[in-house]
Design a protein around this ligand. Structure first.
Ligand SMILES: [Zn+2]
Length: 209
């Protein structure tokens, strides 16, 4: 009797956990070779962690999970400390992750690092989506505004500014040209299609099994 009571109490305490179904995470396979030749992928990782960081990222992608010291040695870093700087930069964007393990009775932890290619795809996709959103917004703005452009330095002026400057470029003094708004809108639409195509190609590099 007492046993049953105890059990009932326990299950009352943790009702949620028992309801959660264990979902096995889908296996993600990224075409690393095709991803890491993309100019924007390279550019992104270099901006986050520098040329050396890109090397670390690429190395981890190829090799899978690696223990920090072995990684440092394999990449010919002098100390684990000197590679950590790059790993942390990548980690800030979740481009790499780590697990730490205690080895035997030693007081310190051993770190195992893994590169996350799927995350890079997500970040690039986000970049494209942001640009699409901005372009869509500027299309809405352009529809109500006329523009003038300086063909010498490519600066744009709205009607008010152009009039203020006597239809001359404030930067170089060239005569401003009226901009065909339909051409501008067309350009922007093309840019959106181009970016959507890029997203599609990017997502084509990921497979879920
Ligand atoms: Zn100008």
């Amino acid at each position: 009797m007492a046993k049953v009571k105890k059990r009932a109490k326990l299950s009352k305490k943790r009702p949620i956990k028992s309801k959660i179904k264990k979902i096995r995470p889908k296996k993600v396979i990224v075409d690393i070779k095709k991803l890491m030749v993309l100019e924007e992928a390279i550019k992104y990782v270099v901006e986050v962690s520098g040329d050396k960081g890109l090397e670390v990222f690429n190395y981890l992608l190829k090799r899978g999970t690696m223990e920090e010291n072995s990684l440092a040695r394999a990449m010919k870093f002098e100390k684990a400390n000197s590679i950590r700087k790059f790993l942390y930069k990548l980690y800030n964007k979740n481009l790499v992750s780590y697990i730490k393990k205690k080895r035997g009775k030693k007081a310190w932890y051993t770190y195992y690092w893994t590169a996350n290619a799927e995350r890079l795809i997500f970040l690039l996709k986000k970049q494209y989506e942001d640009e699409i959103a901005q372009t869509k917004q500027s299309i809405t703005l352009n529809k109500v505004n006329d523009f003038y452009i300086c063909n010498t330095c490519n600066r744009r002026y709205d009607v008010t500014k152009a009039l203020e400057n006597d239809y001359k470029c404030a930067n170089c003094g060239s005569i401003l040209q009226h901009l065909d708004i339909n051409l501008v809108l067309n350009d922007k639409q093309n840019r959106i299609s181009f970016l959507n195509e890029k997203i599609k190609r990017l997502l084509g590099l990921v497979k879920y099994k």
